[in-house]
Design a protein around this ligand. Structure first.
Ligand SMILES: O=P(O)(O)OC[C@H]1O[C@H](OP(=O)(O)OP(=O)(O)O)[C@H](O)[C@@H]1O
Ligand SMILES: O=c1cc[nH]c(=O)[nH]1
Ligand SMILES: [Mg+2]
Length: 208
């Protein structure tokens, strides 16, 4: 699929294997989520424009290239997307951060909106963050909200994607590129990703 980038670098695979393990506790889970996101960010920002800047090294004058991270906005989907924010900000500390709050109704499996606070998006590069792309309904709704607020250049970063979720995003938002650390097998009867890692929000914040 043209818009799907599975970033399966050995470092990412290694860290994802520890993340999936049911015995990995919240401290390590949070650290790994941050680290994998940082590594994903490396690929997800490859298309960012650069500008030339003059530099004086200790030896001579030269030119270099820089990105404008002030023109980047990250939008985590609460709660689990919060675990990914620091991974992006450690590489682009001047990015602005907006928040979308959604939870999946366990009966209908549809997302319910409970919060939206987005900064001015202008022509910013936008990265929507959620570790799990299961049915894809939550990410699709979050991207709707970002677009309604004026967002145009949007990428979705997740740790684990199901084929069903990828299909949903490709159908509803064909302009959005998806970066994931893994494309897993399928959803189970409760729309959890197999093999997956369980409920990312609960594992980050020890709520089960
Ligand atoms: O692709 P979908 O089928 O919509 O499922 C994925 C969503 O489900 C989880 O959120 P959850 O509802 O558990 O909320 P939480 O982050 O607060 O735990 C996850 O973090 C995604 O937002
Ligand atoms: O597998 C899944 C599906 C939805 N949300 C999660 O946290 N995990
Ligand atoms: Mg959850």
């Amino acid at each position: 699929m043209r818009n799907l980038m599975v970033v399966n670098h050995p470092l990412i695979q290694h860290k994802l294997s520890i993340l999936r393990n049911k015995d990995t506790g919240p401290k390590e889970f949070r650290e790994l989520t941050r680290e994998i996101t940082l590594l994903l960010t490396y690929e997800a920002t490859r298309h960012l424009p650069t500008y030339e800047t003059k530099i004086e090294t200790p030896l001579c004058a030269t030119t270099g290239k820089m990105i404008e991270d002030k023109k980047v906005t990250v939008v985590p989907i609460l709660r689990a997307g919060l675990g990914m924010v620091e991974g992006v900000l450690s590489l682009m500390p001047n990015a602005s951060v907006g928040f979308v709050g959604l939870y999946r109704d366990p009966q209908t499996i549809r997302p319910v909106e409970y919060y939206c606070k987005l900064p001015k998006l202008n022509d910013n590069e936008i990265f929507v963050l959620d570790p799990m792309l299961a049915t894809g309904f939550s990410s699709a709704v979050a991207i709707d909200m970002v677009k309604k607020a004026g967002g145009k250049r949007i990428s979705l970063m997740c740790l684990i994607a199901a084929p069903e979720g990828v299909k949903e995003i490709v159908n509803t938002h064909p302009d959005v590129r998806i970066f994931t650390a893994s494309l897993d097998e399928r959803l189970n009867d409760h729309a959890y990703i197999l093999p997956g890692l369980g409920d990312a929000g609960d594992r980050l914040y020890r709520t089960k």
